[in-house]
Design a protein around this ligand. Sequence first.
Ligand SMILES: *[C@@H]1O[C@H](CO)[C@@H](O)[C@H](O)[C@H]1NC(C)=O
Ligand SMILES: *[C@@H]1O[C@H](CO)[C@@H](O)[C@H](O)[C@H]1NC(C)=O
Length: 468
Amino acid sequence: MKSTWLQLDSLLLLLLLLLMELSFVSPQEGNKPNFVLMMVDDLGIGDLGCYGNKTLRTPNIDQLAQEGAKLTHHIAAASLCTPSRAAFLTGRYPIRSGLADHREPGVFIFNAASGGLPSQEVTFAKLAKQQGYETALIGKWHLGLNCKSSDDHCHHPSTHGFKYFFGIPLTNLRDCQPGHGTVFQIQKYFPFGTLGIVLVTAVFLHHGGIITIRRGLILSLLSLLVVVTVLAAGLFLMIPYFNCVLLRDHSIVEQPFTSENLTQRMTHEAVDFIERNSARPFLLFFSFVQVHTAVFASAAFRGTSRHGIYGDAVHEVDWSVGQIMEALERLNLRENTLVYLTSDQGAHLEEISASGEVMRGWNGIYKAGKSTNWEGGIRVPGILRWPGKIPSGRQIDEPTSNMDLFPMVVQLSGASVPEDREIDGHDLMDLLQRKVERSNREFLFHYCNAYLNAVRWHPQNSFPETMG
Ligand SMILES: *[C@@H]1O[C@H](CO)[C@@H](O)[C@H](O)[C@H]1NC(C)=O
Ligand SMILES: *[C@@H]1O[C@H](CO)[C@@H](O)[C@H](O)[C@H]1NC(C)=O
């Protein structure tokens, strides 16, 4: 009797060892998947054909969704670029990394700002790089650049695991394109108009003999107004030079950059990167500068949509996605590449160009947009394609977050999720592969900058009957 038990015991042990062995020889061993992670700046969930848009044409993105899974309850961790991107790269709420501000504007608006994603934060790119991945960021960074001097690049993408960088360290400000106005509202802080009117009225009244003002006072007010106006004008002329810089790794390619053909150039860079690295595992984060204001599109796409330059820009983004998919196909990388497409937050509904053209996107049935915690500010498209691994044509309405990509990418790259810190993302593979029907995420917290605004509850069990 005893010996049979023992035998059974060792048999079980053997089986267990075999299973462990099997799980070690996971598909990524020796044949790690590549990652192409695409984020379109300020794209609204309602701008894509596969999410219900009838007038914009996004055939390439729609095809991605058809060949993969479409998340219909995908939530950005913040409704603004800087914090949302910090969360995406680290799998953590931006409040944990300090990238949630207590005041407006809540994003970096100067390259010269000394803040950035802290070096102690771990991005998926850093971990993938340690696993032998070639890593690149093409496009927008918006997570800081320097600490102490104008070129120490202490927050440069390369310090966070991106071996190659071609793109803009800040964001595509209105100021980056001539004729698109400015985001810096100096008039809010200095009353140019009021001061001008007071001065003119005073001079007028003085001349009419109604009041008497010392000439010196008028002269000093007048010179203050002139000096401040000249300084402000100088600053505005300089802003594109400080802020609109296109870099390749650490060198300046253009300052200020010309945006017209930027999506085309970035697309070529992305395709080149894929071609250069087709023989090894790579991770490409393609972070579109579009469709953020100042909206632009290259000549081939201008006038192609019914929705002005904004729609043209969406068309160009879709073309770009098509080029990248075509490169994967051509290089035989389709099956072994996990592709993701999302937006960093909802569309910016208030955007009107300097000439009065409406440049907002569409968040579908969701209320409000970027920089709010209404659903339209945070519900974003989420498309994942990995042929053979992720069943195609599926729509998943379970709550998911852009932070979920972190644990997923990290584990698929062969690394382990850091245990010395809180990670807020949940691996989505089981959900995507239909191993589970429900996401195990019970809560999602919604911050407006550093302030907790709302909590989304996804009950894990149905209510006990007594709770009625
Ligand atoms: C953009 O590309 C077009 C076509 O190649 C070219 O004619 C145009 O000059 C380019 N624009 C800029 C600003 O480089
Ligand atoms: C498609 O997108 C455009 C541009 O954002 C928007 O104006 C339009 O209402 C959308 N159409 C539908 C049917 O969702």
